[in-house]
Write a protein that binds this ligand. Structure first.
Ligand SMILES: Cc1ncc(COP(=O)(O)O)c(C=O)c1O
Length: 338
């Protein structure tokens, strides 16, 4: 029985109640039961983990009377694409600040960038060095909205703050129901971590809905930065949630599991073996992972299991957080493996 939780108001955007599906041939190949929580099926164009966060963030934007949302991300940001599309769904304008190597010669309008533009987002390109001042740059954008008589609402990188992370408390509650229907076995919930909000929501959510008490572990595979950075970020978001909504649970730093060592060449840079894992999972079970997040994280799982078959227990719930549009810009790298 899941306790009543003080969920903030949300707008309905995600096709939630996503399936939990066994990947039979991947399970055989890896020697561990792999179940996939299909959060890549939260929608078609509005798909992936960001949609669950945006349900809460855009409700707050509406409650504050905003007419424009401002956010930021990498050039092929799934979060910016989902924000631009979700904003259009509810009648808000959007401005996205995108990081690229050379803002004077921005990348081709493909993948997520195409969808940003299609949804009418105003795009501002910034350089990698300027990324360090992304919050100040978003403030500049917000000031420009105000100067035009508009009312901005800023969403931080990845939608990863206390409000957005409620989306993954909701997912933890779904997982509690999904797992209650299965025979109990040592289980880990494993997923890609890029800005920490999914991890914060799942870690705190697992405690709030009783999964942690039943021995279920939550393990985030970081696709950028490192363990120390994410323990700090996830801990900060969880502490803010616990404080702001007076939650009966909190998360201590030692309860945050970050599976480090799988960033490889760096954020959004793929090693051939990561792309091979994407190909293998697709050929075995027809599930499409993306190169930046889910493919890199799943390759991390494969690597950890090769070292220690029992690393995540007998059953792994891999949360597929979406990202399919990031696959197409990687076509040239993938083609030689096909
Ligand atoms: C497809 C996909 N998976 C996982 C993540 C990581 O989630 P989070 O930013 O909440 O750590 C992101 C975004 O960063 C994403 O776009």
């Amino acid at each position: 029985m899941i306790p009543r939780l003080p969920f903030p108001r949300k707008i309905q955007l995600a096709r939630a109640g996503t399936p939990l599906e066994r990947l039979p041939r991947t399970s055989d190949a890896l020697g561990v039961e792999i179940l996939c929580k299909r959060d890549d099926l939260t929608g078609a164009e509005l798909s992936g983990n960001k949609v669950r966060k945006l349900e809460f963030l855009l409700a707050e934007a509406q409650d504050q009377g905003a007419d424009t949302v401002v956010t930021c991300g990498g050039e092929q940001s799934n979060h910016c694409r989902a924000t631009a599309l979700a904003a259009a769904r509810v009648g808000l304008a959007s401005r996205v600040v995108l990081r690229t190597d050379d803002p004077a010669s921005p990348p081709a309008t493909t993948g997520n960038i195409l969808l940003d533009r299609l949804a009418g987002a105003a795009v501002r390109w910034i350089s990698r060095p300027d990324w360090a001042r992304r919050n100040a740059i978003m403030e500049e954008e917000a000031a420009a909205v105000r100067a035009d008589g508009g009312r901005p609402y800023i969403i931080p990188e990845g939608g990863s703050n206390a409000m957005g992370s409620w989306g993954y408390v909701a997912c933890a509650a779904e997982l509690a129901d999904d797992l209650a229907a299965l025979p109990s076995r040592p289980t880990s919930i494993v997923f890609a971590c890029g800005s920490g909000g999914t991890a914060a929501g799942l870690a705190l959510g697992a405690k709030l809905v009783g999964l942690t008490a039943r021995g279920v572990k939550v393990a985030a595979v970081n696709v950028c930065d490192d363990r120390a950075y994410f323990v700090r970020v996830i801990g900060r978001i969880c502490a803010e949630m616990t404080g702001r909504w007076s939650l009966p649970e909190s998360i201590a730093p030692e309860e945050i599991e970050v599976v480090d060592g799988h960033v490889g060449l760096g954020y959004a840079r793929s090693r051939p073996e990561e792309l091979e894992t994407i190909r293998d999972v697709c050929r075995r079970d027809g599930v499409v992972l993306d190169p930046v997040y889910t493919g890199k994280a799943f390759h991390g799982v494969v690597t950890e299991l090769a070292r220690d078959r029992g690393r995540f227990g007998e059953r792994i719930v891999f949360v597929h957080t979406g990202g399919i549009f990031g696959l197409f810009p990687a076509a040239a790298e993938l083609a030689p493996l096909l």
